[in-house]
Design a protein around this ligand. Structure first.
Ligand code: ZN
Length: 340
């Protein structure tokens, strides 16, 4: 009996490994610029099921959550992920998978991160990005002077910075985050920051949903601004997500939209997020390839990080795989991205 179980276990391991290898050949590579790692989380204690699908939560420790997320990354051929939240947990993820995990320092309360610590972490080669900055959960606006030192630091160190702007869980102000204000969701609140720090490499997370017109105004006026599609690509009604994404692409910003899952404590959300973009029939295969991969390579400057030949190769493979996928996706809209 024990032998049978062992045999079955080995078979499962081989099957998973074989599937992962197959996925690397058949699925185009993806970069996820919006992932989270936690040391502990109340939602684990309460075993909160996936809010969209109701799928029960099984990964309820840091290790189990990391392993479940890594398994999804393999399944969907996610080759890089920018990971934030509990910094020590992020570093442990990075130690477990140094090639795939890009450590980022996230915080909500602008009084907390110590600038000297951040500088030391960066100098030691561990810290690669700032964010998710969730100051909105503390009732702090993107242009609040309290955040100024972090914008200045990211600009000085020339590292990407990602800021939460937009939606949260409906009703969050009544339980988890009493200081959260929807009124601080305005992407235009970043405008003076961008002007004060013209070299800042900024990712407006969640693409500022639902402030579409403001997001377009900001991206049009400030060509350095990128966005990610974290959480809106799996938690919103799909029609609404597609309408939002389509407007951003048709307004000409297809080269500045990046894939993010914002999986939080639900690793199964990664697959849902990927399907959110794969199912967008208004996108050409090239536009999907940009969102899933090329735009993040440019924003994160992965080509300059000593792996340029690898990324060029990956780009070529990606093109082939997307061209193959296009036979299933004949319908496309002609749109010429406007890149000032
Ligand atoms: Zn967020």
């Amino acid at each position: 009996m024990k032998k049978q179980i062992l045999g079955l276990g080995l078979l499962t391991i081989f099957a998973v490994a074989a599937a992962a290898q197959k996925n690397q050949k058949t699925r185009p590579p993806i970069i996820d610029v919006h992932m989270h790692a936690y040391e502990k989380d109340e939602r684990w204690a309460q075993k909160v099921p996936n809010p969209l699908t109701g799928q029960p939560m099984t990964a309820t420790t840091e290790l189990a959550h990391m392993q479940a997320t890594f398994a999804e990354m393999k399944k969907y051929n996610i080759v890089k992920a920018v990971v934030s939240n509990d910094y020590q947990a992020v570093l442990r993820w990075n130690a477990a998978s140094p090639d795939r995990i890009i450590p980022s320092y996230g915080f909500d309360n602008p009084a907390l991160p110590n600038l000297d610590f951040l500088r030391r972490e960066h100098a030691a080669g561990r810290l690669k990005a700032l964010g998710e900055i969730g100051a909105q959960y503390e009732g702090v606006a993107p242009n609040d002077p309290k955040l100024e030192q972090y914008f200045a630091l990211a600009e000085e160190l020339d590292i990407p910075l990602a800021i939460h702007i937009g939606l949260s869980k409906p009703g969050i102000v009544y339980d988890d985050a009493p200081k959260y204000r929807a009124a601080l969701s305005s992407p235009l609140l970043l405008e003076e920051v961008l002007i004060r720090h013209p070299r800042l490499r900024v990712n407006v997370m969640h693409a500022g949903w639902p402030m579409l017109d403001e997001m377009i105004a900001l991206m049009w006026a400030h060509p350095q601004v990128y966005v990610d599609l974290g959480v809106i690509d799996w938690a919103l009604p799909r029609k609404e997500f597609h309408a939002y994404l389509r407007r951003l692409v048709e307004a000409g910003f297809g080269k500045r939209i990046m894939f993010g899952s914002d999986q939080m404590v639900w690793p199964d959300a990664i697959g849902l997020a990927i399907k959110g973009i794969e199912s967008a029939i208004f996108l050409t295969p090239e536009q999907k390839q940009d969102i899933f991969y090329n735009n993040a390579v440019r924003f994160l400057r992965l080509e300059r990080s000593g792996n340029s030949s690898r990324y060029r190769l990956a780009k070529r493979q990606t093109s082939k795989l997307f061209a193959r996928a296009s036979t299933n996706n004949r319908r496309s809209y002609s749109s010429r991205p406007f890149e000032p």
